[in-house]
Design a protein around this ligand. Sequence first.
Ligand SMILES: [Zn+2]
Length: 267
Amino acid sequence: MVPPLVSWLFGASPRSLAPALYGLSRRKHRCVRDALRNGTWVQELRARVSPPLLESFVALRVLLELAQLSPGMRDKFTWRFSSDGVYSASSAYRLQFAGAVESPFVQLIWKPWATPRCRLFAWLLAQNRLMTADRLLARQWPNDYFCPLCMRNLETTAHLFVECPLSRRIWEKVATLAAAPTLNPATWDVHHMVVDWLGCLTRGRPNAEASRVRSWAMLVLWHIWLERNARTFRASTSTLESLIAKIADEAVAWDRMGGAKISSPRE
Ligand SMILES: [Zn+2]
């Protein structure tokens, strides 16, 4: 946690009060007592103070004359990003992530093993960036409107991958194939966001098993998308059985690639 900055000059610092003057200073790391002694800080300005800087120069000088230094106390530089005021590489490393928001994609997509194109695809999918019919429609671009897997509903990401009757049959078969019960639609809650649904597929699972299930999820999502594209662009349709066979073959290939064993469950 970053402690609040408490600066010595009435809660500010010369640098924040007069940045242009600070830029002219030849000694930027001199301690306060030395800088104030006999107006040393003025003598060490690199150039004469020009009229535009005169106002801030006078204001700073007035403040410095009013500042009271604690007798007998030596001033020192402190690193405000650690609790003890001492610089450490670990505190500097943590500082890089100050204010960062943890992304769910790290656990859901980037850590589990998958081929790079599957990961990239899943990342786009999770952010609703695939060009499904609803998004094409919103742009008034040409589209087929209906989901090509069932021809019943408007093709949205949620419908195509989660709600479509054919997709659900694929998930049901894969749940058995992968020995991963949470991939079975019968266990799913209703989610409005695909990324939430993706997160719930592995809720409560041990880490290694969760990672394996996420790999399977990316594999299945990818094959649903391939089948959707085959039907949309090539008028080519695969049966449920051949789709499951393709998924099973690729799962074996993923195992052989050595990135992760996704075939066997890790309870
Ligand atoms: Zn459908």
